[in-house]
Design a protein around this ligand. Structure first.
Ligand SMILES: [Zn+2]
Length: 84
């Protein structure tokens, strides 16, 4: 349902952007829109209805940690394999 009919929440924080006019789901790779991965506001022409809208890219970071003792074990395993 297009934004003009009032369902703003479905246009927020999606993995693929939805056109706010025609609800077209825009595959960034399919449409060669890799610049949209850059965190910023972008002006986009919908590939389906050709109307222009603003797309905001948000990037989130995730971090993984592991104790040093586990890292040592990994290095020991690598060394064992190299020697064998
Ligand atoms: Zn559209």
């Amino acid at each position: 349902m297009p934004l003009t009919e009032g369902n703003e929440h479905i246009y927020r924080r999606n993995y693929s952007p939805l056109c706010p006019y025609c609800d077209f789901k825009i595959g960034l790779a399919k449409w060669d829109l890799y610049e949209l991965y850059e965190e910023n506001d972008h002006f986009v022409d919908c590939p389906n209805c050709e109307r222009e809208f603003i797309l905001t890219t948000e990037v989130s970071f995730r971090f993984s940690t592991d104790g040093l003792s586990n890292k040592k074990k990994l290095e020991e395993n690598k060394n064992d394999k190299n020697q064998g």
